[in-house]
Design a protein around this ligand. Structure first.
Ligand code: FES
Length: 113
């Protein structure tokens, strides 16, 4: 029978502004995986930090996301790729807000048409 042992890991609270959704997330878990466990309809696609579909704007708090390769350094200060980001503090996030480079990519594709 499975038992859960206190691991001493730090658990943070994540509030999604505008939706009333609040979850807890350990420092070792990705925000996206916790959203999926909690039934929160966070969008995602690649799950490897490239497509930006899982983006959320960071309104308050800190994340670590060294594998968020789809973000520029400047964007990584303001946006979390939830498939890669792990909390470093309690967070306030705005789900479904995308960094500017997602538009740049879209524009580049359209220009080729
Ligand atoms: S799902 Fe593609 S960057 Fe997160």
């Amino acid at each position: 029978m499975a038992s859960f042992v206190a691991t001493g890991m730090t658990e943070y609270t994540i509030e999604f502004v505008g939706t009333g959704e609040t979850i807890t997330c350990e420092e070792t878990e990705t925000i996206l995986s916790r959203c999926l466990e909690e039934g929160i309809a966070q969008e995602y696609s690649c799950r490897v930090g490239m497509c930006l579909a899982c983006s959320a704007e960071i309104l308050d708090g800190e994340v670590t996301q060294p594998a968020a390769r789809g973000l520029t350094d400047a964007e990584a200060e303001r946006f979390a790729l939830t498939c890669m980001a792990r909390p470093q503090s309690d967070l306030k996030l705005d789900r479904g807000v995308y960094p500017p480079s997602i538009d740049a990519e879209h524009t580049a594709v359209s220009a080729d048409d």
